[in-house]
Design a protein around this ligand. Structure first.
Ligand code: UDP
Ligand code: MG
Length: 326
């Protein structure tokens, strides 16, 4: 059995040819300084540029480099999941490829891990070079999620964290589809601690999280950790019914005992538009959950690898089964 790798660094990459060389060199420098065996596990999330070629180039020269090659773009969170499925280290670090998460923080995480913490997450004390829009929406999102969810998901932390092998094994047993990895790490528990760091600017290239992906990501976060939005319908329904009943009594009173009934059209159209809007929004909320149930029932694999190429020479028999993941 081959279990001599101490650290696995999981790096999800999607069209990152502009940053890969720098990422590789900085990570290698930091990991070498720790003086223990490690692997850099790149997960190529269906990149359309030279990303896969560049990583293959690294792996020819450097035994520590591994690559999982997706058959198409499955998304950042799924890429991390694949990394966790294949990681062989005793401690596993998840890091972005664009150097916004500085690799130089890893030794600090390792120190905490050696003190006995099983999850060391990195909290952003500052975010450099990101738009006000991104900072604000992120701030609102994390705080809303905190209110809605029963799981204690730390505010202002990304996926940059170190987890122990035990935590990784626990994560492997979770096979839900629309994944919100940072929430799941909180959900599995264990001894957790935080260190603070300054989030740098992206080293080169553009963000791979356009607004649409960000929106989907935050909806995944909320729907997988809270069903409170569903209860909204009951509360609103109750409030509207109560209000309507009171108004009905008043209107009837006016009709029966006075001559001052209001002429209809404006009030009717206002009521009807407003209520229809509310109903459609609530249907949308319901749809978000139903859609996710539908995805779940199809039970497709979470991702498909183009080949086992780099893994095959290292796979243990019991790891073989993770090749295509349920
Ligand atoms: N990423 C990925 N698949 C995707 C989108 C992003 O693997 O579909 C990777 C990307 O290569 C990077 C990390 O996820 O390593 C974070 O993406 P990015 O830096 O673009 O997001 P941002 O920091 O702008 O939120
Ligand atoms: Mg980034």
């Amino acid at each position: 059995m081959q279990r001599n790798i101490r650290y696995t660094i999981i790096i999800p990459v999607y069209n990152e040819e502009a940053v890969l060389h720098e990422t590789y060199h900085r990570l290698t420098r930091v990991m070498k300084s720790l003086g223990e065996p490690y692997e850099l596990l790149f997960v190529n999330d269906g990149s359309l540029d030279q990303t896969a070629k560049i990583i293959e180039g690294f792996s020819e020269l450097d035994q520590c480099v591994q690559m999982l090659d997706f058959s198409r773009n499955f998304g950042h969170q799924i890429a991390i999941t694949a990394g966790l499925d294949h990681a062989r280290g005793d401690a596993i670090v998840i890091i972005d490829a664009d150097l916004q998460d500085p690799p130089e923080v890893i030794p600090q995480m390792v120190e905490k891990w050696k003190e006995g913490y099983e999850v060391v997450f990195a909290k952003r004390s500052k975010r450099k070079g990101e738009s006000l829009f991104k900072k604000w929406t992120a701030a609102i999102f994390y705080r809303t999620l905190r209110i809605l969810s029963d799981v204690n998901i730390p505010i202002d932390t990304g996926d940059f964290r170190l987890i122990d092998r035990k935590v990784c094994n626990a994560m492997r047993s979770i096979r839900e589809r629309n994944r919100f990895v940072r929430g799941l790490v909180s959900w599995v528990g264990f001894r957790q601690t935080a260190i603070e760091y300054v989030r740098d600017e992206r080293f080169a290239g553009e963000t791979k999280y356009p607004l649409k992906k960000m929106l989907r990501f935050s909806l995944d976060g909320i729907t997988s950790f809270s069903y409170k939005p569903l209860k909204l319908a009951s509360y609103l329904g109750l409030a509207v019914s109560l209000g309507s009943f009171i108004y009905l009594v008043i209107s009837l009173g006016q009709k029966l005992f006075t001559n001052s009934t209001v002429a209809g059209w404006t009030s009717l159209i206002a009521c009807s538009l407003l209520l229809n809007g509310v109903i459609l929004i609530l249907l949308g909320v319901l749809g978000e959950y139903v859609g996710r149930i539908y995805e779940e029932t199809k039970n497709r694999p979470l991702y498909i690898l183009r080949s086992k190429q780099h893994k095959v020479k290292h796979l243990r028999a019991d790891e073989e089964k993770w090749y295509v993941q349920r």
